[in-house]
Design a protein around this ligand. Structure first.
Ligand SMILES: C[S@@+](CC[C@H](N)C(=O)[O-])C[C@H]1O[C@@H](n2cnc3c(N)ncnc32)[C@H](O)[C@@H]1O
Length: 238
């Protein structure tokens, strides 16, 4: 097994997740929190990127704080949840450098695939990287997660990792990973840890590569994206 994953699995039970602090169902589940923290520690991660601000932001920030010149960029589409995560980090007294950005989701083409993507300033992720670790724990809107990996890939250093929570969901997250493998081939190496929380995918970036976005399923995916976006605009996904 990958030595960083093995170290994180061996050490994760030692990571404290306070029941008083953990806000409940919508936050990253406690087992996944423990793994993400232990994995960041095993990597000695200094710069991290997160999609989906919340309790996980605090867990990551506490790990990064041990490293000099640390930095965490946390992105969310909800101003309210971003503010809650910011307050949690500030009130915790954690000394890590954490920056929060609110970016609405919008449909965007990746090849023939219309996907929901965070509307970030062009070049922002490249400018703030390279990142050692990316956590994907975004809302579960239809096809709200596939684009995040495409957007983040260039900003991850080779030998860096992307971790996706909630990875056991067959119809959605498993499909995302298959599409990322199709887009990046041997430039990425995914491992699924089914037994941790609701599943964790750990994807190593092996090398730089230009994505070849899958064509298969593009029409159906695009329909689902428009449906998900409609629900998002009408408040049905909140
Ligand atoms: C799967 S949640 C996880 C958020 C974060 N990673 C965490 O550990 O709390 C994904 C999204 O739900 C939203 N969210 C966060 N906390 C929430 C809450 N208490 N109630 C409703 N939505 C929430 C945020 O917009 C966030 O991007």
């Amino acid at each position: 097994m990958n030595p960083y994953i093995a170290a994180a699995v061996a050490e994760m039970d030692k990571v404290a997740v306070s029941r008083l602090e953990h806000p409940g169902d919508l936050a990253l589940d406690p087992a996944s929190c423990r793994f993400v923290a232990a994995f960041a520690r095993a990597l000695g991660a200094r710069r991290a990127l997160e999609f989906g601000s919340g309790f996980s932001t605090l867990m990551l920030a506490r790990e990064l704080a041990a490293q000099e010149d640390n930095y965490l960029l946390s992105i969310d589409d909800s101003a309210r949840h971003s503010r809650t995560a910011r307050e949690a980090v500030e009130n915790s007294g954690c000394q890590a450098k954490v920056e929060f950005r609110v970016a609405p989701l919008k449909p965007e083409f990746y090849g023939l695939r219309l996907l929901l993507s965070y509307s970030l300033a062009p070049g922002l992720l490249d400018a703030m990287g390279p990142f050692d670790l990316v956590l994907i724990d975004t809302p579960h809107h239809k096809f709200g997660r596939e684009a995040v990996f495409y957007d983040a890939f260039r900003a991850v250093r080779p030998g860096g990792y992307v971790v996706m929570a909630g990875a056991n969901r067959e119809a959605e997250e498993n499909l995302y990973v298959r599409n990322w493998m199709s887009a990046f081939g041997e430039a990425i190496d995914p491992v699924l840890l089914e037994g941790i929380g609701s599943g964790i995918s750990v994807i190593e970036k092996i090398s730089e590569a230009e994505p070849h976005y899958p064509v298969r399923g593009a029409l159906w995916t695009s329909f689902k994206t428009l449906y998900g976006y409609g629900r998002l605009l009408s408040g049905g996904e909140q």
